[in-house]
Design a protein. Structure first.
Length: 241
């Protein structure tokens, strides 16, 4: 991704409604994974470390990140072992993990099937992988180009990609459902504007930011009770077979 994105992320991961609410939803999903005490956890593509403190509640956390600035910032602010690496060919860990997290990372990798096969090899027997990705190829636009996405997924295409590796999908759901009409509107506006920066990238004013956070956070309950039929993102919980 562009250097600007990583520098913006240092602030947005704490304040932006999307980062905050997504972290709350993922926290709840992880809490239901029945991890053992002191579980070994790896976040792949940790960015500037916005999820690492949340993950530390569940065990011993390590992380991997391609960008030099982001990896150094994450290590400095979270006291987590963050190593530089990338998928599928440069993974700086040899040990096995109980939980691996990839939050909006898979879409950045050209050979996603090979990447997931490598990740499956890092999991302990019956280890868990949690993935989030952006949804619907017809929404691909300025936002994806700015973030260097190769693709967006449907639930079917994501499940097919996961099943290619030594992994079984336990749960697969769309999310960011309640605000999905606004996401569509924003992406259509991006297409008409033909701008390099997408609507919704920057943190909105405090009132709007809090409102969107509250609405999106409702899905913390919904996603954990059912599989939502549509949304701007997809979350999949996988188990090593």
């Amino acid at each position: 991704m562009k250097d600007k994105v990583y520098h913006d992320m240092t602030k947005q991961q704490k304040e932006h409604w999307w980062f905050k609410a997504r972290r709350k939803i993922l926290d709840k999903i992880i809490s239901k994974c029945n991890l053992l005490n002191n579980a070994k956890i790896l976040e792949i593509g940790c960015g500037t470390g916005g999820n690492l403190l949340m993950l530390k509640k569940y065990g011993n956390v390590s992380a991997m990140e391609l960008d030099e600035f982001a990896s150094e910032y994450a290590a400095h602010t979270t006291d987590v072992d963050v190593r530089r690496g990338w998928l599928p060919d440069n993974i700086p860990y040899n040990e096995k993990f109980d939980l691996i997290c990839m939050f909006d990372v898979l879409e950045h990798i050209q050979d996603d099937k090979k990447a997931l096969t490598k990740i499956a090899g890092l999991l302990k027997p019956a280890g868990t992988l949690i993935i989030t990705v952006p949804a619907y190829s017809w929404l691909y636009g300025a936002h994806d180009k700015m973030l260097h996405h190769f693709r967006r997924y449907s639930k079917n295409t994501l499940n097919e990609t996961i099943n290619y590796s030594d992994l079984k999908v336990l749960k697969s759901s769309y999310f960011n459902t309640l605000l999905f009409p606004l996401v569509i509107l924003a992406r259509l506006t991006d297409m008409l504007k033909n701008s390099d920066e997408s609507i919704g990238y920057s943190t909105p004013n405090n009132i709007v930011n809090h409102l969107f956070y509250r609405v999106f956070s409702i899905e913390t309950i919904l996603v954990n009770k059912t599989n939502l039929p549509f949304g701007a993102s997809i979350v999949a919980v996988c188990r090593k077979t």
